[in-house]
Design a protein around this ligand. Structure first.
Ligand code: F6R
Length: 608
């Protein structure tokens, strides 16, 4: 949420920063701003393009920072856009996160007669830094002194007119990385604005502060102890984070699903011994394999992947599994026993604060925590004891597509691993792996049907309400289908356990109400068919997703049918997700909506 980019070097900073903002726009897009040393700041409400259009030609300099915002404190107006400064304009700040005690701090400043231009917590932070930045004090020391007085989360960059050759960055629970180029340095909240310039990066940890000048950089703690940080190499390339001719990132990322599944499984399948090898979990294996209770956590789509994982682990390993939302886990009375419980935290971005807080809660209770993360070097990757990377490649569109599929694929691998340590025989394991190997091709077959799904989307684009219904393995996918339709098409949709319909929700069914029913040939097939009949009997419209061989049967019941290939029941969620994502995409396309950047949302939710 919110994107930050900073530059110190010999080049003109403005195009670097504006390019960076465009790359970061998926993290927040309600307003944007730029500060360039010697020129000051320019801010605009709306998309980055609005800011770009209003930049004067001579807005140039060799040091600067920029920000694209997802509003937390105050409406998305020009006044509330970052950067923010103290009233004298000496100190400028761009900030991600939330300063929790800002109201108290602001009250003290107001009592001193300070006037504020915005409603933001960040402006208060700028005032706090400026107050500590008395004559003779260095900017980095003023930043440390100010941060000692705040509670909350931040990833921030500070510039000052008194030291125009210096940027200071700091981190507490909101990501900040440094890009190390040739005589030039970058700061960013994620890798996308840096990729084009360098692959060498340093990840700041909480409590660290970085000082960048054209001569070099230093990382230290707030108590002024120098920290030697390893320079790590970014694995993604620039190409992977571009649209490659597709109209939207979402479509491009769905078309990459087969490759994402392949990359997730690459080098990890051991068909000969009917198991899998997950290098990142190797050191944790003895602990992991002796676990008697598995907990899975994540938010949004990642939580639906977790619910699929729950069923897979129960099916293959016979272990008790509990899924809890990242946003809820930390508020529960802890019943996690570190002796026999392990927690897997699932997150594409690795920056979802609710999930991070769940990890911290589990760790406070001594529970070992493993990550399933797509972004290498992200906060969750660094805060967990070990883990599995998805290798799905960058996901830019706000709605998660290939990443959620990859999350289910990783969970299938973990389920087989745990299964082989428990109930699953070598022969059974080998058969499952054979089935997993087929998935990329089966996904390709579904994607080839995208125009057929586009036609259905045209038919249903004016729907106002939709149920997504499924049982057992398809129940979490009902939720996944519904969240996709909601977030990019703005159509009210709910995912339900199909068996729950008769306990209340069926009252809503009338001819304009759409039900998308997941009815592949699995152990729930007959029961799910009955649900279709119940809906049709009440005049509701049904779009069914079924598997090859059942289409004739289902066509007699449903208004429309999407047919996908068959696979093992436990892996079917990986396939049934695809037509639902395509359907949501094409409905949003037909409604003319901003698919990659839907209203009110942003990729990577770094606030609680
Ligand atoms: C839905 C979606 C979100 C994310 C959720 C968790 O399409 O994208 O629900 O799945 O915000 O994000 P990560 O996986 O980055 O923790």
């Amino acid at each position: 949420m919110c994107g930050i980019v900073g530059y110190v070097g010999k080049k003109n900073a403005t195009p670097v920063l504006m390019d960076g903002l465009r790359a970061l726009e998926y993290r927040g897009y309600d307003s944007a701003g730029i500060y360039v040393a010697g020129r000051g700041a320019l801010k605009r409400a709306g998309k980055v393009a609005v800011l770009a259009d209003s930049l004067p030609d001579d807005f140039e300099g060799t040091l600067g920072m920029a920000h694209t915002r997802w509003a937390t404190h105050g409406a998305p107006t020009e006044q509330n856009a970052h950067p923010h400064s103290d009233p004298t304009g000496a100190v400028w700040v761009v900030h991600n996160g939330i300063i929790e005690n800002y109201a108290d701090l602001k009250a003290s400043f107001l009592a001193e007669g300070v006037t504020f231009k915005s409603e933001t917590d960040t402006e208060v932070l700028a005032c706090l830094i400026a107050k500590a930045y008395t004559d003779g004090v260095l900017l980095e020391d003023a930043v440390s002194d100010a941060l000692a007085q705040v509670r909350g989360t931040y990833g921030l960059v500070v510039a000052s007119s008194r030291e125009p050759e210096k940027l200071v960055a700091a981190r507490a629970s909101s990501p900040v990385m440094l890009g190390i180029g040739d005589d030039e340095y970058f700061i960013a909240s994620d890798a996308t604005p840096i990729l084009k310039h360098t692959r060498d990066v340093i990840y700041l940890d909480d409590g660290e502060i970085a000082i960048l000048t054209p001569e070099g950089y230093e990382v230290r703690t707030h108590t002024r102890t120098k920290v030697e940080k390893p320079v790590e190499t970014l694995e993604w390339d620039v190409e992977a984070a571009q649209k490659k001719g597709y109209e939207h990132f979402m479509l491009k990322e769905m078309m990459e699903i087969p490759e994402a599944i392949e990359n997730t499984m690459r080098g990890r399948l051991l068909p000969g011994v009917g198991t899998v090898k997950l290098g990142g979990l190797e050191s944790a294996l003895p602990d992991l394999l002796s676990a008697k209770r598995i907990m899975l956590t994540g938010c949004g789509s990642a939580s639906y992947a977790a619910r699929v994982g729950e069923l897979m682990i129960e099916e293959f390993a016979g272990l008790p599994v509990e899924v809890e939302l990242g946003s809820e886990l930390r508020y529960r009375r802890p019943t996690m026993d570190p002796k026999d419980t392990v927690l897997f935290a699932i997150s594409q971005s690795g920056e979802t604060l609710d999930t991070i807080e769940a990890i911290r809660e589990a760790k406070r209770h001594g529970v070992r925590v493993y990550g399933v993360v797509n972004v290498v070097g992200s906060s969750i990757a660094r805060e967990t004891d070990a883990g599995v990377y998805n290798h799905a490649g960058p996901e830019i569109s706000v709605a998660s597509t290939k990443a959620v599929i990859s999350q289910m694929t990783v969970l299938a691998l973990i389920a087989i691993l745990l299964g082989r340590a428990n109930e699953l025989s070598q022969t059974e394991g080998a058969a499952l792996i054979k089935e997993l190997e087929r998935l990329p091709d089966l996904a390709r077959e579904i994607l080839e049907k995208r125009e057929e799904i586009h036609e259905l989307a045209k038919r249903y684009k004016d729907t106002e309400n939709a149920f997504y219904l499924g049982r057992k393995f398809q129940c979490p996918i009902a939720s996944e289908g519904a969240i996709k339709l909601k977030e990019i098409s703005y159509i009210h949709a709910e995912g339900y356990a199909a068996g729950e319909m008769k306990h209340g929700p069926i009252a809503l069914i009338e001819p304009s109400f759409l039900s998308v029913v997941l009815v592949p040939e699995d152990s729930m097939y007959e029961k799910s068919k009955s649900n279709i009949q119940e809906i049709r009997a009440r005049g509701g419209r049904v779009l069914a997703v079924t598997t090859e061989g059942c289409e004739d049967d289902i066509r007699t019941l449903a208004d429309d049918v999407i047919v996908i290939p068959k696979t093992h029941e436990a892996f079917l969620p990986i396939l049934t997700t695809i037509p639902l994502q395509l359907f949501a995409y094409y409905v949003a396309l037909e409604r003319g909506l901003p698919i990659d950047m839907p209203r009110n949302l942003a990729k990577s939710v770094t606030v609680e």
